[in-house]
Design a protein around this ligand. Sequence first.
Ligand SMILES: [Zn+2]
Length: 95
Amino acid sequence: MPEVVRVRLKETDDQSHYHVELVGYHTDHIDGEPIMISIERCINKMLYNRFWMKTLAGEETDLASGKCSVCGHEPYLRTAADGEKEEHLLDLPQA
Ligand SMILES: [Zn+2]
């Protein structure tokens, strides 16, 4: 099951915060750089696959479709371990 290891962030139009724009994961088929996919594509894939990440504390948590904690933007990805104003995906290394 894919572990998300990278994110690409994009500043919002009003420059007040960042949104996760792409998430990256490794596959068995391709070595090297993670494959980067859009949020929409990841949410589609989540119908059939469990996507997960490791938090900075080293805990595994599942990704889930949700809303941006700041502006409510959708489609968006959160994790099961997120607090109301906490987004673990933003902690991942940027690609
Ligand atoms: Zn937002």
